[in-house]
Design a protein around this ligand. Structure first.
Ligand code: SAM
Length: 334
């Protein structure tokens, strides 16, 4: 681990893995583009422009997820702070770290909070949000980590009581096998007084789900198209936006939104940096992201298989979204 920089005034420290994560991403990209259903890994969505577009998405009327999560947090944050008494709050995939402020506020009010540790692959976004949090919460230290939550959990600082938050239904962007691996790794990472806080989107009316990813303004499409632009620029690839039609549809068998493109015609894309030609048939899909939607029983089962027990499951009034509080060991008195 190296200390990339310390910005003294705001007390923001940015740590990163000495092994730059790009080779692992290129390897994953090579594998995914050669898979039966071709895929560009979702990490390509979140360069600086992508992170800005995601911020715009969170303000779209049909993209209900962050608002519903905020609604639950406004009601439950004090309870979460009281039960966890966390001194370190970690957020995996922190992005612009908006909803987490409700937890920061509650822990700050409870008087236990000492440190905030946002972790994200997108360095510019991470730096901006770490600075903003440090300015808004001058009593705590902010130790940001540029890293991948699937590979870099060993970079998380130890000690104290830790609450590890994974909000925004980002866990739904992982396939079931990836979720199992991550939950198992998190279970191994947790010390006896630590806990997880997970935000998950729930299965609901298909029209509402599809509307959330097909806004009329085209912001979500621009966000997903940006992954092609990012891959073109970093991988010297030749994805031609005109040859891909955006598509985000509900997959009832897997209970996930399948988000990406269909090839308008048969063609090939040259990816110089990976040394491969990827050929597409007409109408062939190119997936960029899935967004799994959960049911309580399935989520509890996944957690149990990783050796974790959901202690509390809270939803918003409409039952759209859920927050699960998962302590390593049962909280005292619960
Ligand atoms: C859906 S956004 C959620 C942001 C924020 N937690 C929220 O609730 O608004 C997902 C975030 O996870 C980050 N991310 C995606 N894949 C990641 C990975 N494998 N490791 C670390 N961060 C990742 C993205 O850069 C992005 O900031």
């Amino acid at each position: 681990m190296s200390r990339a920089s310390t910005e003294q005034r705001a007390r923001v420290e940015v740590l990163r893995n000495e092994h730059d994560g790009r080779p692992a991403l290129y390897e994953a990209t090579l594998r995914s583009l050669q898979a039966e259903v071709k895929e560009l890994p979702p990490v390509w969505l979140y360069d600086e422009r992508g992170s800005r577009l995601y911020e715009e998405i969170t303000r779209l009327p049909d993209y209900y997820l962050p608002r519903r999560e905020g609604e639950i947090l406004r009601v439950q944050a004090a309870t979460i702070a009281g039960r966890t008494q966390a001194s370190t709050l970690v957020e995996l995939g922190a992005g612009s770290a908006k909803n987490i402020r409700l937890v920061l506020d509650a822990l700050d009010t409870a008087g236990t909070l000492e440190r905030f540790v946002p972790l994200d692959v997108s360095e510019p976004t991470l730096r901006a949000s770490a600075r903003a949090i440090a300015a808004a919460y001058p009593r705590i230290s902010v130790e940001a980590i540029v890293g991948d939550f699937e590979r870099d959990l060993d970079l998380l600082p130890e000690g104290g009581r830790r609450l590890i938050a994974f909000l925004g239904s980002t866990i739904g962007n992982l396939y079931p096998e990836q979720r199992a691996t991550l939950l198992t790794a998190l279970a191994a990472e947790l010390a006896p007084s630590d806990a997880l806080l997970l935000g998950v989107d729930l299965v609901k009316d298909v029209a509402r789900l599809e509307a959330a990813y097909n806004d009329r303004e085209g912001v979500t499409e621009a966000f997903v198209r940006n992954a092609l632009t990012a891959a073109n620029s970093e991988l010297d690839a030749t994805f031609d936006q005109r040859l891909f039609v955006y598509e985000a549809r509900w997959d009832p068998a897997h209970e996930w939104m399948d988000i990406g493109f269909r090839a308008r015609q048969a063609h090939a894309v040259w990816i110089q940096r990976l040394g491969i030609d990827v050929t597409f048939q007409m109408d062939e899909p190119l997936r960029v992201e899935i967004s799994s939607k959960f049911r309580r029983e399935r989520f509890e089962l996944e957690a149990a298989r990783a050796g974790l027990q959901v202690e509390s499951w809270w939803t918003d009034r409409g039952g759209d979204f859920a927050l699960a509080l998962v302590p390593r060991d049962p909280f005292a008195g619960s």
